[in-house]
Design a binder for this molecule. Structure first.
Ligand code: FE2
Length: 413
């Protein structure tokens, strides 16, 4: 009789324990499905880098509000009256992981050369991002270093770990870098949310403070659709008419003007916009970033008109992607090599075109050498470049993920 009672009590206890465990699991999944905790948080330039900064993040709760709180200086707590609030422009997007919230915020009226702390969330306590910091551009800055990478293009979590490793090495090598230019093909399949989440989470520590300026690749815009790609970035809206907003734009930092072109659509109208954009800038150094190369391991014929514009407006450097191998051209003008000594010292010699290999898992076999190749190789290692520009010089240094420098050149004028 005693054993029988004991068995019943034990049975009830087991059932209760199972129910508690199931309940906890259910409430966990329930709350995460509705959570307004931010993820895929990234900062970008949108307006003047000295006085403004833009941010984008996602939430699983597609109806969550989007709030950004910021304060001057380094702070441990946001519980003081100096905290300023900005409301994000919030919308929703249907994804393969359900409908998610997209939040884009911009902070303006900032002081140049100043550190700010910020956090984002919906206002629900316990669901804020961790506090991050960013620094605005100093006034009158005459030098800058930034990082160039391309084709992270991952599919699996393992692929994106390699991308994270590349970026860690890039910042270890160029800790002074003020921003990143990513030359496109961020993920393999833009409809795969897991890919985007991995892309961001593996570099979260960097991109909550340092802007990543993306270029649209053929894996970012597919059949004139770039909605997933563009939903992740709050970018300058100064691009070409007819282009998907955020796929062509330009921005300045220190002595550099950077024009981002979209090789995937609206090429003709971008040619006109490119002329205007380059004509307008008073920056000494002009850099263009685009995905498919004009002069890489091969050439993308559709963008032929652009190279004439680069010549005319004396673009110094064109950052390219797509080929998943390393290439660097001689200075080119009119499609031919401009020999050293033909141009007076200190004058613009021609445009150099580079492809900084790939930053993720995928590599292509080395393509045939072309007459314009100064350097051309495939080392099957993730690579990155640091580009340092001063008043008088532009230094480009390409490294592999192990920290070995594989190419370097200096342009002066
Ligand atoms: Fe690619």
């Amino acid at each position: 009789m005693k054993d029988y009672k004991f068995a019943i009590i034990l049975g009830i206890l087991v059932i209760v324990l199972i129910l508690v465990a199931v309940g906890m699991e259910w409430s966990k999944s329930g709350s995460s499905a509705k959570s307004s905790t931010p993820f895929d948080l990234i900062t970008t330039f949108k307006g003047d880098a000295g006085t403004s900064r833009a941010f984008t993040w996602y939430t699983n709760d597609s109806n969550a509000a989007g709030i950004l709180e910021f304060v001057k200086g380094q702070v441990a707590s946001f519980a003081n009256s100096d905290v300023l609030r900005v409301e994000a422009d919030s919308s929703s997007i249907k994804t393969d992981k359900g409908t998610r919230g997209v939040h884009k915020a911009e902070v303006t009226g900032l002081e140049p050369g100043t550190l700010y702390s910020y956090r984002v969330g919906s206002g629900v306590e316990g669901e804020w991002s961790t506090v991050a910091e960013f620094t605005t551009e100093e006034t009158g800055l005459d030098s800058v270093t930034f990082i160039n990478v391309t084709d992270s293009q991952g599919e699996s979590a393992e692929d994106f770990k390699l991308w994270g490793k590349t970026m860690n090495k890039a910042f270890q090598t160029f800790p002074e870098a003020k921003f990143i230019v990513h030359n496109g093909d961020l993920t393999e399949n833009p409809e795969d949310s897991a890919g985007w989440d991995e892309f961001f989470s593996n570099i979260q520590g960097w991109i909550s403070g340092i802007p990543l300026m993306p270029v649209t690749g053929n894996h970012d815009e597919v059949d004139d659709d770039a909605k997933y790609y563009i939903s992740h970035f709050n970018l300058p809206d100064n691009g070409a008419k007819g282009s998907i907003a955020g796929t062509s734009y330009s921005f300045d930092y220190g002595p550099v003007h950077i024009t981002v072109l979209n090789t995937e659509s609206n090429i003709k109208k971008q040619t006109e916009w490119l002329k205007e954009d380059l004509k307008k800038t008073d920056k000494k150094w002009k850099i263009v970033a685009m995905h498919r190369p004009a002069y890489g391991g091969n050439s993308y014929k559709k963008v032929e008109d652009w190279t004439g514009v680069f010549d005319k407006y004396e673009v110094d450097l064109v950052l390219q992607g797509h080929n998943h191998e390393y290439s660097r051209s001689y200075p080119l003008r009119g499609g031919t090599i401009v020999p050293e000594g033909e141009i007076p010292k200190g004058a613009y010699r021609g445009t150099v075109y580079v492809v900084t290999n790939a930053s993720g898992r995928k590599f292509n076999e080395k393509k045939e050498d072309q007459f314009y190749h100064a350097v051309h190789f495939q080392n099957y290692k993730q690579m990155f470049a640091g580009i340092s520009v001063t008043k008088d010089s532009l230094t480009y240094q390409a490294y592999d993920v192990d920290g070995k420098m594989l190419d370097e050149f200096v342009l002066t004028h």
